[in-house]
Design a protein around this ligand. Sequence first.
Ligand code: ATP
Ligand code: FE2
Length: 327
Amino acid sequence: MICLGIESTAHTFGVGIIDENGRVLANVIKAFTTEKGGIIPGEAAQHHADVCANAITEALQESGLSIRETGLIAFSQGPGIGHCLKIGATAARTLSLKNKLPIIGVNHCIAHLEIGRLMTAAKDPVLLYVSGANTQVISYEAGKYRIIGETLDIGTGNFLDVFARHIGLGFPGGPKIEELAAKGNNYIKLPYTVKGMDVSLGGLLTNLKRKSDAGLKKEDLCFSLQETAFAMLIEISERALAHCGKDELLLGGGVACNKRLQEMAERMCEERNAKLFVPKDRKVLVDNGLMIAWLGILMHKSGRKMSIEETDIKPYQRTDHVEVTWR
Ligand code: ATP
Ligand code: FE2
C-alpha cells in the first residue's frame, strides 16, 4: 500500500508519499512566509490554494507514480487554522473521489510522533512536540496518546517568533534567536513558570520585551531566553518520563531543530539513563505531508475507514480525542 498525505494546518502546505514499509517516496514542502511574520489565516489559505496543485504534481513526479498507483489519500484533519485545514481537506476529497481512492483524516500532533517512531529507533517514547502553535508532552497510555503536559498559553515557536519580531530579527525567529544566543554568555534572570506538568510562556515574553526595550543586549537576552524556556520544557519532559515510567524521549516540531534544546534534552536523558531520539532530517521535524501519509497508512491498516461525510475538518481536535487502533 502507498499513501499520499497532505498537510495544511498552518504555514506549510506539504505533500508526502510513503509506502507501508516506511519507504519515503516523496516529501514536498511549500512554506508560506511573510516579511513581517505573523500569520493571517486568509493569506496562508490563499498560499495553500495557490501551491496545492503544483505540490501534488511535484510529489507524484518525485515518486515516479501516477495518482492511481497510490492506494490511499490522507490529510491533516486537525488541530489547526480552519482556513488552512479546508484547503488540504478539499484537495484530499477531490483526489479521493476523482480516483476512487479511500480517504482518511489524521491528527497532526500524533503524526509528528508516529513519523518520529518510524525514523528513529524509538519504540514507546514520550514526545516533546514543540512547534509554532503547539507545545505538548505526549505519551501513549491505555489506548490513547495522552497530553501529559502542555503550554498554558502560547506555543514555543510562536513565542520565539514574536520576540524575534520585537527585536527586529524577522521571521521565522527560532533559527535567528539560536544564532544570536550562541554569541551571548551573560545569563539574565528571567521568570521561570512551570505549573505542575504545564509551562507558561506569556509572562516570559512580556518580561523579555521589557528588558529589550530597556536596552539590554540582544545576544544575552536570546541566550537567557533559550536557557530559561528550554529548561522549562526539559523539566516537564523529565517529569513525564518519570511518571509514565518510560526511558525514551523523542523530539518533534520545528523548534526541535534547535541544537541547544537537543543538547539539554541529551543531558537530561543521560542523567536518568534514558535515550534521546531526534529525527535527522529537518524535513521530518517541521510540518510535512510525509508524516500525514504515514499515520494514514497506520490507521488504514488497523481497519479505520472514513466516509466523505466524516472528513470535515477539526480545528480544535485534541491529541487524546483520537482512539489509537494501530498499537
Ligand atoms: P504547527 O504548530 O501547526 O505544527 P508550525 O508551522 O508553526 O505549525 P513547525 O513547522 O513545526 O510548525 O515549526 C515552525 C516553528 O519552528 C517556528 O516558530 C520557528 O521559529 C521554529 N524553529 C525552526 N527552527 C528553529 C530553531 N533552530 N530553533 C528554534 N526554533 C526553530
Ligand atoms: Fe506541527
